[in-house]
Design a binder for this molecule. Structure first.
Ligand code: TRP
Length: 446
């Protein structure tokens, strides 16, 4: 093993890094709009059940494999394999994870670039540069390419600095800021007329939706994306946790933070939409559902901020700063997966690996920007709805069916000496062995 392998310096540092990975556009944007279009609290309820019952066990599988192997995903899966066939499977799963996460980063960077452009828009208006402001908010390939590249440059810059000085340092600065901005925005938006209708739409369950099969599929996809599962992100972060750390506790804190921030973000997005409605902004689409997706973030909300007068400038700044921070702490966790592989198995220096792989992802991203309509949805769907659940399935198979049970227990017991008699060890092995893979498969086949 390379002597220079990084490690998080504290539990706080790991928590900020891992929850930074988990908390992203998926929480602040994806979760609230998914909830709104799937029966409000009925979705929330389903999501909570799935997140704790399926996503948390899968998260633990990755963290445990990672900390055990202390290496990149391919090597880690190989190290728990037991024969040539499973070793070959390990290479396939690890490699598909690396490719998948690179594609996820390539579309994530485009959307994150929009967030940066919309962050600069109120500043440009504040300084009277109205032409610049309108360029920033117009959907052109040039703008998308430039801001995507800027965002990638930031991501590369942080990853070059390493685990402690890059990932941990920036996550520890940015995550507390994110939580503070989120809470301030919620308090402000809740005081505005119309906000309570949004709270109502969010929290009053429409249980008739529970019969809707797409609800469960959406909730599960949301939970897997949100906890960054299946592609080796959490595995690689797990590989930087010290052996003295109590994994079941730390992992559950990450899940709690992620789920908590998604639920809290709903208290911002939905009330904000209904405030917009009260201001005459259209928030329903042609089929009567709430506007979701890009239209919500880059049209409904900016229109609302525009109507708020002077306060709107600050609210817009805060909101898009929030989105940019959430994106950045997630994108670094994506780039770290291929970079860790190149450093450990390709003998590259971290600086070169980050630059080279970052450049490749930027090129792929550029191809998507220039062929947005045919490619964007295709890449998103393929990566998050096909590849990610499939890989999640195989991670469960590895940890529960291939890895030796006593070795798993031994790994968990480090930092958690009474693991064998604890609740976690009574429930979790059964979950990852039977319930998680079956549920993933069921939802996948839908
Ligand atoms: N979880 C992040 C979000 O909610 C995105 C993310 C980071 C991710 N790393 C990932 C998604 C790996 C899938 C796979 O926005």
């Amino acid at each position: 093993m390379t002597a220079s392998r990084g490690e998080f310096s504290s539990r706080f540092g790991f928590l900020m890094a891992a929850s930074g990975s988990a908390v992203g556009l998926g929480n602040i944007w994806g979760f609230p709009t998914n909830a709104a279009s799937n029966g409000g609290a009925a979705f929330l309820f389903t999501y909570l059940v799935l997140a704790f019952a399926l996503a948390y066990p899968a998260l633990m599988a990755e963290l445990i494999i990672g900390r055990h192997a202390k290496s990149n995903s391919i090597k880690a899966l190989q190290s728990i394999s037991r024969g040539p066939k499973t070793r070959a499977l390990a290479v396939a799963v690890g490699a598909l994870g690396i490719v998948t996460v690179s594609f996820i980063l390539s579309f994530y960077a485009i959307v994150s670039g929009w967030m940066m452009a919309f962050f600069l828009d109120p500043l440009a208006r504040l300084f009277g540069a109205s032409e610049l402001a309108s360029w920033l908010t117009r959907d052109t390939s040039w703008r998308n390419a430039i801001f995507m590249a800027l965002f990638m440059a930031l991501t590369i810059h942080i990853i070059r600095a390493g685990v402690k000085n890059g990932i941990e340092r920036w996550a520890s600065r940015l995550m507390p800021m994110l939580i503070l901005i989120l809470l301030l925005l919620i308090f402000y938006v809740l005081t505005l007329p119309g906000a309570m209708d949004g709270v109502h739409a969010y929290l009053v369950p429409d249980f008739s939706q529970l019969a809707n099969p797409s609800l469960v599929v959406d909730a599960m996809g949301q939970a897997f994306f949100s906890l960054s599962l299946g592609v080796g992100t959490m595995l690689i972060y797990g590989s930087y946790i010290s052996k003295g750390e109590n994994l079941p506790v730390t992992g559950s804190l990450v899940a709690l933070l992620d789920i908590g921030i998604a639920v809290i973000a709903g208290m911002l997005i939905l009330p904000a939409m209904y405030v917009a409605l009260a201001n005459g902004v259209e928030i329903f689409n042609a089929d009567g559902g709430l506007v979701a997706g890009p239209a919500l973030i880059v049209s409904v909300l900016p229109e609302l901020f525009g109507d708020m007068g002077a306060a709107g400038v600050f609210v817009a700044l805060a909101f898009f700063l929030l989105m940019t921070i959430a994106s950045l702490t997630s994108s670094i966790s994506m780039l770290e997966v291929p970079v860790a592989y190149a450093v450990e198995s390709g003998n590259m220096s971290r600086g070169r690996a980050a630059l080279l792989i970052g450049a490749i992802v930027t090129c792929v991203s550029l191809v998507i920007v220039l062929n947005f309509d045919p490619l964007f949805d295709f890449v998103v769907t393929y990566a998050t709805e096909v590849s990610q659940p499939l890989l999640g399935f195989f991670f469960c198979i590895f940890v529960a069916w291939i890895w030796r049970r006593d070795a798993v227990l031994k790994e968990i017991s480090q930092g958690c000496p009474n693991a064998e008699s604890g609740l976690f060890w009574k429930i979790w092995p059964l979950y990852v062995k039977f319930i998680c893979p079956m549920a993933i498969l069921l939802v996948f086949l839908q």
